[in-house]
Design a protein around this ligand. Structure first.
Ligand SMILES: Cc1cc2nc3c(=O)[nH]c(=O)nc-3n(C[C@H](O)[C@H](O)[C@H](O)COP(=O)(O)OP(=O)(O)OC[C@H]3O[C@@H](n4cnc5c(N)ncnc54)[C@H](O)[C@@H]3O)c2cc1C
Length: 205
């Protein structure tokens, strides 16, 4: 449950179920059943979860599978490159997908402003962004996997350790995600080299 301003919140819930059950546009039946299903799943959960579901307009509830893609090492060639989810789609567990797309845009703009050749700028942008976005994909996937455990013993362990993790290591981890690239870094400083691309590398997933 996340505040998005003007007294409104964005919320999401996950559950393990077979792939491919998402609602499709035009299917009225599933739409009518989203809220009762959520009420069933979250009956007697801690307040204000049930009130939150009740206060939500049924048509505003989206239901989709969660998918990501393993990091790839080839985002484009020549004057073409990708950014955002097209380049590095993470699961939503860390809430970083859109943040990473914004970072891409920032770095790409700075590379284009710094390099003499636009092709060089694109390859520099890719080199700069690949590692960080790959780390986010892997960590987000890991968080999701842990959240999807079904073994009661593992679930008890996870539930017992989660408050401890939030009190110790996780704030440092989240602070690292929030650290935006500095102007110096994006202008050819640490980690960013503006040089001619070497031989074209075939994409490997
Ligand atoms: C449940 C959920 C919660 C999330 N929570 C967060 C969060 O808290 N924080 C966060 O940072 N991120 C979050 N994300 C991730 C975030 O929404 C995405 O990473 C982000 O929207 C990616 O932006 P994008 O511009 O790359 O792609 P998109 O937002 O998918 O934009 C691509 C656009 O291109 C359009 N398009 C596609 N094909 C074509 C075509 N052929 N021609 C023309 N247009 C086309 C699409 O309609 C779409 O509008 C969440 C995602 C989900 C699913």
């Amino acid at each position: 449950m996340l505040p998005i301003g003007n007294g409104r919140v964005f919320w999401y819930a996950t559950r393990n179920c077979p792939a491919g059950e998402q609602d499709r546009p035009g299917e009225r039946k599933p739409l009518l059943h989203r809220k009762p299903l959520l009420h069933r799943l979250f009956h007697n959960w801690r307040a204000p979860i049930e009130q939150l579901i009740e206060a939500t307009d049924e048509a505003a509830i989206l239901r989709n599978d969660i998918l990501d893609r393993r990091p790839v090492r080839h985002w484009g060639s020549g004057r073409v490159t990708l950014l955002g989810d097209a380049a590095h789609p993470p699961t939503p567990n860390l809430g970083q997908g859109a943040c990473q797309a914004l970072e891409d845009a920032l770095i790409l703009a700075r590379c284009l402003g710094s390099a003499r050749e636009c092709v060089v700028a694109r390859r520099a942008y890719e080199a700069y962004r690949m590692k960080r976005s790959a780390v986010i994909i892997e960590q987000s996937y890991l968080f999701g996997r842990i959240g999807q455990w079904e073994n009661p013993l593992l679930c008890s362990l996870r539930d017992a350790l989660t408050p401890l993790a939030f009190a110790t290591v996780l704030p440092r981890q989240f602070a690292a995600y929030a650290r935006a690239p500095s102007v110096g870094e994006a202008r050819g400083g640490a980690g960013l080299e503006l040089r001619r691309p070497t031989a074209h590398r075939e994409g490997k997933t």
